[in-house]
Ligand binder design. Structure first.
Ligand SMILES: Nc1ncnc2c1ncn2[C@@H]1O[C@H](COP(=O)(O)OP(=O)(O)OP(=O)(O)O)[C@@H](O)[C@H]1O
Ligand SMILES: [Mg+2]
Length: 281
């Protein structure tokens, strides 16, 4: 067993005391260096699960939390939220709400200033992250003038500049065009490999993230329907049961899985499908 960085022990959560339970008996353990894809249909609880990792639940959203969530050795319910966010950086769906500073450059630098790092390190890290995410052209722009996609890249940069132990991303492809989403995912994969950052990402465009994922969590009605490696998730009925992905593609994946070839990469997938069709002619 590797070094476990996230555990959920029989976690139940609802946003208000009288509301329905949104997370219902979640048990998980994620190891350092894992790249975890969280999938499930709309309303299944993906964003809620990610909010638990950052301490926003329960510290910001309140509600009722039962069970125990541990992140990098910290009990999320009883720890100071600042302590949790020093280990976990997150990018949620609404970029506007996450930008605090007037100028992009200051937005990138302020988390490091908060950590009290020396100015030379701050300059170096800001340069690094600006280059990494192609922000050189907007470093001195006013943040309220940026486009939605630019704002999200700034929010991601602000998360990465702290070199967190865990990076949490909530549906990055919903705020970017297909090409930019692909580039961004590739950057995240590179940073994950180079810096050993554990990644937990909710994404409905399975083909973008699945080839890079070491584990997948399939959520359905607030429960974990499946947690494990990607190949077995595709071979089982989990995706169909959870209404995730295009049902035709999911069926083809399953069929290909049955004959021992689960192509995770879209190009290999297309090749296998063509091969199967040719063999049937
Ligand atoms: N701030 C909130 N207050 C009350 N209920 C909420 C809040 N946020 C989410 N919920 C409810 O919790 C349930 C799970 O929502 P969540 O946002 O976690 O789902 P999701 O899987 O991320 O969906 P999507 O794919 O649409 O983003 C839904 O029924 C939703 O209405
Ligand atoms: Mg969501």
């Amino acid at each position: 067993m590797g070094d476990v960085v996230i555990t959920f022990e029989d976690v139940w959560y609802r946003y208000s005391k009288r509301g329905d339970w949104v997370l219902r008996g979640i048990n998980l353990s994620i190891e350092r260096g894992d790249f975890v894809l969280v999938i499930g249909c709309s309303g299944s609880g993906k964003t809620t699960l990610l909010r638990c990792l950052t301490g926003l639940i329960p510290h910001f959203y309140g509600g009722e939390l039962r069970g125990k969530i541990t992140v990098c050795g910290l009990d999320v319910s009883t720890s100071d939220i600042a302590e949790v966010t020093s280990k976990v950086a997150a990018v949620f769906q609404d970029p506007e709400a996450q930008i605090l500073m007037l100028i992009t450059e200051d937005e990138l630098a302020y988390p490091l200033e908060n950590l009290g790092l020396p100015p030379s390190v701050i300059v170096e890290r800001v340069e690094w992250v600006a280059k990494l995410l192609g922000l050189e052209g907007i470093r001195y722009r006013r943040t309220f003038e940026l486009s939605g996609g630019e704002k999200q890249r700034v929010v991601l940069a602000t998360a990465l500049v702290q070199l967190p132990e865990i990076l949490v991303l909530d549906e990055p492809s919903t705020w970017l065009d297909p090409l930019t989403s692909k580039k961004l995912i590739n950057e995240v994969v590179r940073i994950h490999h180079e810096h050993g950052i554990t990644v937990v990402i909710a994404e409905h465009r399975l083909e973008l993230v699945m080839p890079h994922s070491s584990k997948v969590i399939v959520l359905h009605n607030g429960k974990v329907l499946y947690f494990g490696d990607v190949g077995s998730a595709l071979e089982g009925d989990y995706l169909l049961k959870a209404n995730v992905g295009d049902p035709y593609i999911v069926r083809l994946w399953k069929y290909l899985g049955r004959i021992g070839k689960v192509p995770l990469n879209p190009d290999d997938f297309a090749k296998e499908v063509v091969k199967c069709i040719l063999e049937k002619l």
